[in-house]
Design a protein around this ligand. Structure first.
Ligand code: SF4
Length: 338
């Protein structure tokens, strides 16, 4: 209905009007509350057999955390008051189902309550291939062993022509959709992401967002949408593309809010990728979530993000309050925490 009234061209040609509409829709859908989650990232290895051209993380230190080290990190997260651990890593050549399950067990050994948000669709496919299993059985096992939700990363841009250039060995668009839909079917919610500001243009971005909308209409399994600007430092793609402007980042947030209305309630501004002040501005053009405290954020830092490694919950609350919004802690699934 709304889209019938708004031509996409108009959204791009009249950015300030686009910002205003997005802010109105945000207010109507979720009010003035801006949420954040207290979480810790655990990137268990940077060793990876893929060669994504935008990746600044792969094989930099060639480290692999032991199960004991993962346990210790989970213990620290629990002490810090984290409600979630977000676990992802590079693709180890022989990582199979048992390997990924051993990580889930390491978390569960320390704490049975902390939410495990882990393993991208690419990691799920990798586990399935290395174990000679179907993706659905891998997901079923992960869920049984404690997986609470999955990051909808590895989506990058859901356009196979661009994927062939920027991440030729990564799963194809149809495979990403398949893993996500299967996860939703099994009751594993996921986030949805887009990485923009490289070879892509608005056509591909809008096509990507509309694909997310369609999946959400079918499954209702996305908790949020996170536009991620391409970080150009220390990677091959960065030699050709220098990423998006801050204004374009705001326009991405606003257009995401408008196109995904009303199916996707939560639009996240990533303070790690956007920087703190731009993330605050994003709260006025459609975003209603700032993501996590992200104690230990290795991936964006390798690509040149300068916003810091983590924010304390107090710092995040202040950031939101200064932007004129009401800060509320949430869990991974957007239940508000008192
Ligand atoms: S983005 Fe992920 S899959 Fe691609 S090279 Fe980097 S670590 Fe590997």
């Amino acid at each position: 209905m709304l889209m019938a009234m708004l031509a996409l061209d108009d959204l791009l040609k009249n950015p300030f009007e686009t910002f205003r509409i997005a802010d109105e829709l945000r207010k109507e859908l979720v009010g003035d509350t801006v949420t954040y989650v207290v979480n810790r990232n655990i990137n268990f290895t940077d060793i990876c057999i893929n060669d994504c051209k935008f990746c600044s993380f792969r094989n930099r230190r060639r480290y692999l955390l032991s199960i004991e080290e993962i346990r210790r990190k989970v213990e620290e997260a629990v002490e810090f008051g984290c409600t979630e651990v977000c676990i992802q890593g590079g693709l180890l050549p022989d990582a199979d189902l048992d390997f990924y399950v051993s990580i889930l067990h390491a978390v569960r050994d320390v704490d049975r309550k902390i939410h495990i948000h882990a393993f991208s669709p690419m990691e799920v496919v990798h586990a399935a291939r290395n174990s000679g299993m179907h993706v659905e059985d891998v997901l079923r096992t992960f869920k049984k062993e404690g997986l609470g939700s999955m990051p909808g990363t590895a989506a990058e841009i859901l356009d196979d022509r661009i994927r062939a250039h920027i991440c030729p060995k990564k799963l194809k668009t149809a495979e990403w959709i398949e893993v996500i839909k299967l996860a939703h079917k099994l009751g594993i919610p996921t986030t949805a992401t887009i990485m923009y500001g490289h070879m892509d243009g608005w056509d591909e971005r809008i096509q990507h967002i509309m694909l997310i909308k369609k999946i959400q209409q079918e499954t209702g399994g996305f908790t949020e949408f996170i536009p991620l600007p391409f970080m150009w430092r220390n990677n091959e793609l960065g030699k050709r593309f220098r990423g998006s402007s801050g204004f374009e980042d705001l326009l991405m947030i606003a257009i995401s809010r408008i196109l995904l209305y009303p199916e996707v309630r939560n639009i996240q501004a990533s303070w790690v990728k956007m920087g703190l002040k731009l993330a605050q501005a994003a709260l006025h053009v459609g975003a209603n979530d700032l993501g996590g405290t992200l104690m230990e954020e290795n991936i964006s830092k390798s690509a040149g993000a300068t916003a810091g490694e983590y924010l304390t919950p107090e710092e995040l609350r202040e950031l939101i309050a200064v932007a004129g919004r009401v800060p509320r802690q949430r869990d991974t699934l957007y239940n508000l925490i008192e």
